[in-house]
Design a protein around this ligand. Sequence first.
Ligand code: ATP
Ligand code: MG
Ligand code: ZN
Length: 238
Amino acid sequence: MTFGNFTGANTILGAIGTGGLEQSFAVPTRCVTCDAEVRTRGTYCPPCAERESKSLRELYLERASATLPEPYPKATVHPALRAVAADWKRAHGNLVLLGASGTGKTTAMILLAWRILHLAQTRDIGVDDVRWAAGIRFMTAAELGKARIEHALGKSPPPLVRTAERATLLLLDNLGAEKRDDTDIAEVLNERYAACGKLPTVVSTELTRAKLEQRYGVATTRRMMTGRVVDLHSEGAP
Ligand SMILES: Nc1ncnc2c1ncn2[C@@H]1O[C@H](COP(=O)(O)OP(=O)(O)OP(=O)(O)O)[C@@H](O)[C@H]1O
Ligand SMILES: [Mg+2]
Ligand SMILES: [Zn+2]
């Protein structure tokens, strides 16, 4: 019985409570939202469960799409970036896009995120996968850096930093463009890495690998690059 997993059903179950007796004798009772007969009190009949899961899915995904920028429709995107945007999966882990300005890095990462949201919207996937897709967040390194410096010392972390640490998939655009003394972005990256592949990060940067190592350290750069790397610096311009 899959629909018992949905938050809605669980809340209702929690509120009404199901006695052990009713469970074992499976006394016929009514669906939570209609008159259809169901076997367990506080559950949905199959059509209602289906409807509930759909609206939950829409709610989650709408929230996520509201935070994602629209891609510039006429953007030119390097084929290697286009390919990775069309193919990246959760299981691939981190993704780093290295390339000069104008190669299409930002567009590629936005397309990647929209693709995942679109899949979550159109495929019949479990609620955990829907939640995962809905947890994708996009931000620039400059925004993240600014959030930290504008937040008074000694307070809890700024909301944007928490968002960066918790997003199921973080798209961090233009790493290296933040002010040098602004932030400790390496901390966010390391925090996400410490979740053992559960919190992948997509990073775009104009810096070369050597410059990343200089700025964020060899260890952080290596962790960032544990998944896939598209290095347009070594391939030459499009
Ligand atoms: N708002 C826009 N107006 C006009 N052209 C755009 C716009 N956004 C993107 N483009 C075009 O699409 C191409 C790819 O843009 P994109 O921003 O994805 O590249 P990028 O690699 O992220 O560059 P940068 O390092 O400067 O951020 C650019 O070369 C640019 O010509
Ligand atoms: Mg960009
Ligand atoms: Zn019903």
